[in-house]
Each structure stands twice: as C-alpha cells, then as structure tokens.
Design a protein around this ligand. Structure first.
Ligand code: PLP
Length: 399
C-alpha cells in the first residue's frame, strides 16, 4: 500500500517514459510534429473535426472566450460548482459571470435555473453558457443547445473532467463529451489529477473551421504564416518594388494573441496516455460501482454519484451528514479525500463583485456535505476496501 491514498493521481508507464524520451531527443522540443499528432488523435477520440492543443486548460478557456467575442459588459452563465477557471475566462475578457444553480441530484448546472435567468432579462443581455461535465458526468448538451438557440447564445463545454464520457441524446444515441455535436467549443485539461496527464496541458475541440483557424492564430501571438491570407503586399514583405512573391521569412501578426503553446514532449506524453484512456475509464467505472454498492442504503449518506451510464468518473462524490468529521478522520488514516468545490460565487474575488451567501441555495447546501473519495485507475482493490472500511467505521463510531 502507498503511504498516502490521495483523491486522484497520475499514472506514468514505461511506454510514457519512452515516448517522452523520444520527443526530447528529436529535432523539436516545441512546435514540432507531436503536437499535430496529439491533436489529430484527440479529435478522433472525442469525435470532433478539429483540436487545438494548448499550454493548459485555463489558456484553452481564455482563447475560447476571445474567439467567441466576449466583450466588457456581456453576461455569461456558468455553474458555481466548478474549478474557478470555468468562470474566470469570462472576466479575462471583461465580461460578467452570472452563476446558475446546480441540480441537487446530478450536481450539474440546472438548466431550469439558466432558463429563469435568461427569461428575466431582455434578449441580448447574455452571450453564452459554459456548462461543466462536473465529476465526469456528461451534461445534456442537446437540451442546452435548444435553449441556446432560443436565446441566441454560444456554448463552451468545460469537459475537463470527462474525456471519454457521453450522454444519451433524445434519439438514444451516445454523444461524446467534446464532440462538438451540441456545443461551439469544448475544452479539456491534462493536469496530473485529470484522466490524461501531460504535466500541464489543455485542448480545445470544435467542428467549426473558422473558430479553429482563429484559435490556431491566438495560440501563437496572433501570427500567421500563409501566403494566401496576408494583408500586407508582397512588395512590402520583400522590401523590393515590383515583387509579387512573399519571401520565405515573411509572417504576419494579424491579431493580439498569446503564447499558449504546449511543448512536443508534453504532447508525446499526452499521446501516450491517450492510448490507454479507455482502459482508465473502465477501471474508474469499476471503482464507482464498488463504492456505490458499499454505501447505498446507509443512513449517513445523503447522496452519492451512483452508477451513471456515460459517466467518466473523474471524481466519486459522496454527500454525508458530518463531512468535516469524516474528512479529518480520513486524513488521520492517511486517506486524503478532497472537497469539490467551494462554490465559485463565494470566493472573495466574486463576493467583491456582489455575490453573497444565500444566492445559490443548492450549490451552497451541496458544499456543506460533499466529499470526493479516492478515484484513479491505479487505486488497488485493497486500498479501496480500506477507504470503504474507514468511512463506515467513522460513522459507526460516531452514532
Ligand atoms: C482542471 C480544470 C480546469 C483548468 O485546467 P488547467 O489545465 O489546470 O488550467 C478548468 N475547468 C475544470 C472543470 C477543471 O477541472
């Protein structure tokens, strides 16, 4: 047994090491062929036409908000039960974040709370919605898309928790997280606690070619290198009158972009991890099923993630009566559970913008009871049994 059982952890194999080593010894540490290869494989994995790899998931969200044209004063809706980056990308562009509430059963952004917000304001007040596949459970984007069409909004799916996840559409078909079937853009993170680890890393997927081109440009300073698309003349480019051909050195900065690139050795690691992503999900689903069976019907459990089809189980969440007591007790046993999330609207930054306690009842109630148990593919059966025994022991001793 490991000395500590964390709530999530990466898994690095000999193949991963070999892939990184090969990339490090190649001609390209960055801006090389591994990045495109990672993008193509990832796009295929989620079922989207295009993918853009980036330095992290937060950079991915930032570029999405720019590409969709978020401007000061415009409002965007997201969930309060998410990592702060889902909301912050709107603020980077000067937009206003409006938090909906969560559905207390699924812990996902409640579409009815979103509809109420939209109906309270004149059309045009809101610009977009950022639903999050929280814990790995896929949002019903088909429903969100029809709402978005009604109110002329875009959708960014924050799928950081859910590569490989899916929901069932009204036709009974599986729609994969990040496929772009019902959203304009989707984003992923390859931080070590997520399904696929590259150290730092992120990805945007889309089916919109125009957005794809914009994102490529924004990722590298707003610079393009493409004879067909330059604004300046070949004469200017060459520095020679009468010249009709752009010289090989020429490039143009056409918009204000950033350096949000991923490196080739990170892409090589991501690619290697992607090859066993499905195996990881199978294992995560097994772990979820064992937790569910162990805790169902126990009276200290107020709610749990349960066994849900298409769930990618980034997290396994339990809601319990005495959450603080359980958390502290598990820590003494060297089980490092975690809390996901402190409601984003009650972070001091967002309180300063006017949000206060009582604004989002379901999210705030959930926060008082939620705890994420260890969930990662290399969690052993023995370790999981230890976690389950300790959780039950805590409540038996308490009662
Ligand atoms: C991890 C995460 C992010 C941010 O990704 P980074 O790669 O850490 O920048 C955004 N949203 C959610 C829901 C996340 O879990």
């Amino acid at each position: 047994m490991q000395s500590v059982i964390p709530y999530g952890r990466q898994h690095i194999t000999e193949e991963d090491l070999a892939a990184v080593r090969e990339a490090l010894l190649s001609d390209y540490l960055t801006q090389g062929p591994k990045i495109l290869e990672f993008e193509e494989k990832f796009a295929e994995y989620v079922g989207a036409n295009y993918a853009v790899a980036l330095s992290n998931g937060t950079a991915a969200l930032h570029l999405c908000a720019i590409a969709l044209g978020v401007k000061p004063g415009q409002k965007v809706i997201t969930t309060p039960i998410t990592f702060a980056a889902s909301a912050n990308c709107v603020r980077y562009c000067g937009g206003e974040v409006v938090f909906g509430d969560i559905d207390p059963e699924t812990y996902l952004l409640d579409i009815n709370s979103v509809r109420r917000l939209l109906e309270e304001s004149p059309i045009g007040t809101y610009h977009g919605i950022i639903p999050v596949d929280f814990a790995g459970r896929a949002v019903d984007l088909e429903a969100f898309q029809s709402l978005a069409e009604e109110f002329d909004l875009w959708i960014i799916e924050d799928a950081c928790h859910a590569p490989g996840g899916y929901f069932k559409t009204s036709n009974g078909e599986a729609s994969r997280c990040g496929s772009g079937e019902f959203a304009d853009l989707a984003i992923f993170s390859f931080h070590p606690v997520k399904h696929i680890a590259s150290g730092e890393g992120g990805m945007i997927t889309t089916n919109d070619e125009g957005l794809y081109q914009k994102l490529l440009q924004l990722r590298t300073h707003g610079i393009i290198k493409d004879d067909e698309r330059y604004s300046n003349s070949p004469e200017f480019a060459a520095g020679q009158e009468g010249e009709t051909i752009y010289p090989a050195w020429y490039m143009e900065m056409q918009s204000l972009g950033y350096n949000y690139r991923i490196t080739d050795f990170q892409a090589a690691l991501g690619l290697s991890q992607l090859n066993r992503a499905d195996q990881g999900i199978v294992r995560r689903r097994e772990i979820a099923k064992i937790y569910f069976e162990a805790f169902k019907g126990l009276d200290f459990v107020k709610g749990q993630s349960g066994v849900v089809e298409g769930h990618a189980y980034h997290l396994y969440v339990l809601e319990v009566e005495n959450r603080l007591g359980l958390y502290n007790y598990l820590r003494e046993q060297r089980i490092f559970a975690q809390i996901h999330y402190i409601p984003c609207h009650l972070m001091p930054y967002y309180r300063d913008l006017g949000w206060q306690e009582g604004d989002r009842f379901n999210a705030e109630t959930y926060y008082k009871h939620c705890i994420s148990l260890p969930m990662y593919p290399t969690l052993t059966q023995e370790e999981q049994e230890f976690v389950i025994t300790q959780v039950i022991k805590f409540f038996n001793n308490e009662g």
